[in-house]
Design a protein around this ligand. Sequence first.
Ligand SMILES: CC(C)(COP(=O)(O)OP(=O)(O)OC[C@H]1O[C@@H](n2cnc3c(N)ncnc32)[C@H](O)[C@@H]1OP(=O)(O)O)[C@@H](O)C(=O)NCCC(=O)NCCS
Length: 193
Amino acid sequence: MFAGALGFPKRHARVTSFAGTISRHAVYGGFRAFGAFNTDPKLVGFSYGYTCVPGRWWRETIARPLTVEQRDYWLADAFELAELHVHPAAQGLKLGGQLHDQVMHGLPHQTALLSVMHRSERARHLYASRGWLTLVDEMRFPTEPRTPFSLLGLALSGQWSVVSGQWSVVSGQWSVVSGKFEGRSAFRLATAE
Ligand SMILES: CC(C)(COP(=O)(O)OP(=O)(O)OC[C@H]1O[C@@H](n2cnc3c(N)ncnc32)[C@H](O)[C@@H]1OP(=O)(O)O)[C@@H](O)C(=O)NCCC(=O)NCCS
């Protein structure tokens, strides 16, 4: 199922090592997982994640390109959405969306983080429609150096506020809207007029 969802051959290293990986992840603090089954019943999709803690390679890798401010906010109390996959035969039936919503529901964290491959169009659409923000547009992992990923983050608690009406001139006129989350500067959107 995992190989099919990712389009990897069954002997690909990420597939053959996955049983060991998930066994290791299943004992991490905050681990939660959901499965989708067909009527056989056979597993056709799953999602899982756990508390993101310092010292693990994924976290250390994604932390590198972040600014100090971003690290302070996004890594302080984060959930790591490690995997979300649906077998190709069952894709497009809203299972992925439900698996996402289940695993994220009621999380006791401030933020959530995940990395998504550039080529996973459907996944990117799913995350964008659920409010995930792109924190780093392109990054590589040493395990898959030829595959570009994006790092996404989702704010799970607190208050968003938009501070608008700032103007700056950068060759023509730009409308700049700044957003704050819990009083910290969280985003700036610039639109050319
Ligand atoms: C990404 C994945 C989990 C989504 O599961 P799914 O059951 O196919 O997704 P859903 O049917 O719930 O649709 C998800 C969203 O994608 C949209 N979508 C459907 N087909 C699409 C397409 N061809 N291109 C872009 N978006 C598409 C849907 O409209 C839906 O958006 P909405 O929730 O805002 O309505 C699944 O396609 C998958 O496993 N892909 C391969 C592995 C992968 O990329 N995993 C993610 C790793 S981070």
